[in-house]
Write a protein that binds this ligand. Structure first.
Ligand SMILES: [Mg+2]
Length: 222
């Protein structure tokens, strides 16, 4: 029992939604091309090897151009919603956290409508669940810090779990939280971590892997 006392107390886990709690179904490359046009897409992709921040690019556009871009994004997101699937292990992991009385939150750059649909379709609620309407969004630490304040816990007692190094891990680190990168296909390398100065504390290839990781690394007494 004495070893338990040396482990960090974990009070909450905050999840990204798309690609973390749900299986990725949005063809992001096609969406970016549709928003930016082929040439602009190629140029921006070359300048941003770690990924395109489409919302950021749109923000400087004229209102008209912006409106059209948001419509294209909304169409792609709607197609994604129609095919929405829960990530293997997500429901079990949430049950496990509930049993340990560890809070569950959600932060996404997707819209509130998508979060509502996720909640309805899979019957698993996250609270707070912050969507794109909460500004500033990830990778800004504001949404994560907002959740910590709501829960009345310290950021270092919370783990941010997500599949995006530049959004989820950077958000978590800026907030001072623990971070876990879900990297199903092993697409990230130590070079990426160094370039973004965002080395996750933990790295898993599936949500199922997170169970044993939590049990062996943290004090999970309710
Ligand atoms: Mg994601």
């Amino acid at each position: 029992m004495s070893s338990l006392s040396t482990k960090t107390r974990l009070r909450g886990v905050v999840f990204d939604m798309d690609g973390t709690l749900t299986v990725p179904v949005i063809d992001f490359a096609a969406m970016y091309k549709a928003v930016l046009g082929d040439d602009e897409y190629k140029r921006i992709r070359a300048e941003n090897p770690s990924g395109i921040d489409i919302l950021h690019h749109i923000e400087t556009w004229s209102p008209d151009k912006q409106r059209r871009a948001y419509q294209v994004i909304a169409d792609y997101e709607k197609q994604g919603l129609d095919r929405l699937q829960i990530m293997p292990g997500a429901a079990e992991l949430c049950g496990f956290l509930d049993a340990k009385k560890i809070r569950r939150g959600l932060i996404t750059r997707n819209v509130k409508e998508a979060v509502d649909l996720f909640h309805q379709r899979f019957g698993i609620m996250f609270s707070p669940a912050l969507s794109r309407e909460f500004r500033p969004y990830k990778p800004d630490p504001a949404p994560l810090l907002h959740i910590c304040t709501t829960w009345e816990v310290q950021p270092n007692e919370v783990m941010m779990v997500g599949d995006s190094l530049k959004d989820d891990v950077v958000c978590g680190k800026r907030a001072g939280a623990l971070t876990c990168l879900l990297d199903e296909k092993g697409r990230y390398t130590s070079h990426d971590f160094a370039r973004l100065d965002a080395k996750p504390d933990f790295n898993v290839s599936s949500l199922n892997e997170l169970f044993s990781l939590l049990e062996s690394n943290f004090d999970l007494r309710p």
